[in-house]
Design a binder for this molecule. Structure first.
Ligand SMILES: [Zn+2]
Length: 474
């Protein structure tokens, strides 16, 4: 016995270092557990200590490869660099999809696609029948935009998986990366098309049978040209089975200035604001700008102007900083300096994290439109609520996992609200959801100047990897 004592410190040392590499940081009396663990090669219980050892020592991000991939993906564009334009089902979109599928394959993921081209790359866990943990984002890009929006959450997810694989981690629940089809509404006017369908939107399935783009090409023809929707007009095959995922986490650039201004590495999204959009048209008699005297006019342009101001008033009346409203489109017909507008067209966007409050604003805007119609003797020829989506709250178990991951990685983080919408808004309908934001230069997005630093991306990828690992073991 005495002879064995000097060996003890050495043994302890070995145990510690192997714990940090393969995660065996605990000992169990229970022989069944031990047998199962020996068999599987990783702990069944005590995931917490596993994760702690694992976090502090083994996560590395290959920032150079990741940046090269971001740069390369940006070359699949219909406009010259540094701008990126990648529209749904165009040749460049199809090539970019192929590029992502190839990377997923290189990472050892099994890749499949659904009827609209949502792409899934799966890493099987050691309990593959449990609901999986999913992550992902989009790679479509509006005209003349940048190369980070969405892309960081797709290429970053692949790198997060690579990082977990390099660390020796083995997921319990399968991990799945999703590339969502058409987050941007550019071509067919429908934002988050892929995730809305995954979430089971019957309304959208029906609409897509007759949806056309600006060139009058049907959605189904465009999808078929890109190799999807083969012989089905009914796309409800895309719907996710209930309980497919135990969690969904999206990594995304903030698209706002807060994190950069406050020098915070990680934003943990607690809620995604509920977007709604409205189209309004007023019609009047028009007439000559000189000949028709003021008392005799019913100016459709002034009706639109008055409604635009009413939008601002009703939004401010909500009393909450979280209520916003924008008239982003205001068109006058015939649009001549010497002609009283005979027709006006407005498009109104309003959002809030509180659905009822947002709906109250919509109702007040409607009441104002009716009052303006009467007062100005114009005709309110259209008041159409194009979409009126509910907000989404992040799941507490996921925000806690993201917070814990940020803490373990010593990254300054804060809770925040996503005022832009994302595929996560719709994934929240079928899975507990959470989002990780990273800073981006001056908050720029949807323009070529969009930029996120290597360090910020690497931080986001690490938090994502560690969060996925935690959720996978839950
Ligand atoms: Zn995006």
């Amino acid at each position: 016995m005495a002879q064995r004592f000097p060996l003890l410190p050495f043994l302890v040392l070995c145990l510690c270092s192997s714990a940090s590499i393969i995660g065996i940081a605990h000992q169990h009396e229970d022989s069944t557990t031990q047998t199962m663990e020996d068999f599987s090669g990783y702990p069944i219980h005590d995931h917490h200590s596993f994760i702690q050892n694992f976090a502090s020592s083994s996560l590395s991000v290959d920032t150079e490869s990741l940046q090269n991939q971001i740069d390369e993906l940006a070359t699949f564009s219909d406009t010259p660099a540094p701008s990126v334009t990648r529209i749904l089902y165009t040749e460049k979109d199809v090539l970019a999809r192929r590029y992502i599928k190839n990377l997923m394959g290189i990472s050892g993921l099994s890749v499949r696609e659904d009827a609209v081209g949502n792409i899934f790359g799966r890493w099987d866990g050691y309990e593959p029948n449990l609901p999986a943990v999913a992550t992902g984002s989009h790679i479509d890009a509006i005209p003349y935009s940048g190369k980070y929006d969405g892309v960081v959450g797709v290429l970053g997810a692949i790198e997060a998986i690579n990082s977990l694989k390099r660390s020796g981690f083995k997921p319990r629940r399968s991990l799945e990366i999703i590339l969502f089809t058409s987050e941007e509404p550019t071509r067919f006017g429908i934002g988050c098309l892929g995730s809305r369908l995954l979430a089971g939107s019957e309304v959208l399935v029906k609409a897509l049978q007759t949806t056309v783009d600006g060139q009058n090409k049907s959605f189904l023809d465009a999808a078929r040209a890109a190799g999807y929707a083969k012989d089905q007009d009914d796309l409800s095959s895309v719907f996710l089975r209930k309980g497919s995922y135990s969690a969904f986490v999206e990594l995304h650039i903030e698209q706002g200035p807060i994190l950069e201004e406050e020098d915070i590495s990680i934003g943990i999204v607690t809620a995604i604001a509920a977007p709604a959009s409205i189209k309004v048209e007023f019609e009047g008699n028009g007439g000559h700008a000189g000949a028709v005297l003021m008392p005799n006019r019913n100016d459709a342009g002034l009706a639109a102007a008055e409604l635009a101001l009413a939008v601002e008033k009703h939004v401010l009346e909500s009393g909450s900083i979280d209520t916003v409203g924008t008239v982003g489109i205001l068109e006058l017909h015939p649009g001549a300096i010497n002609s009283i507008p005979s027709k006006s067209h407005l498009e109104i966007d309003t959002r809030d994290i509180d659905e009822q409050r947002r709906n109250n604003v919509i109702e007040k805007i409607y009441q104002s439109a009716i009052k303006i119609e009467k007062d100005r003797r114009v005709r309110l020829s259209e008041f159409k609520i194009v979409n009126q989506d509910p907000p989404a709250l992040s799941d507490k178990s996921i925000t806690e996992a993201m917070e814990a991951a940020s803490k373990e990685l010593n990254l300054p983080h804060k809770l925040m609200i996503s005022r832009a919408y994302h595929d996560s808004l719709f994934m929240a309908r079928v899975s507990p959801m959470g989002m990780i934001f990273i800073p981006c230069y001056k908050g720029y997005s949807h323009k070529p100047e969009e930029y996120a630093s290597h360090q910020d991306i690497a931080n986001g990828v690490k938090v994502l990897a560690l969060t996925l690992a935690k959720l996978s073991l839950n």
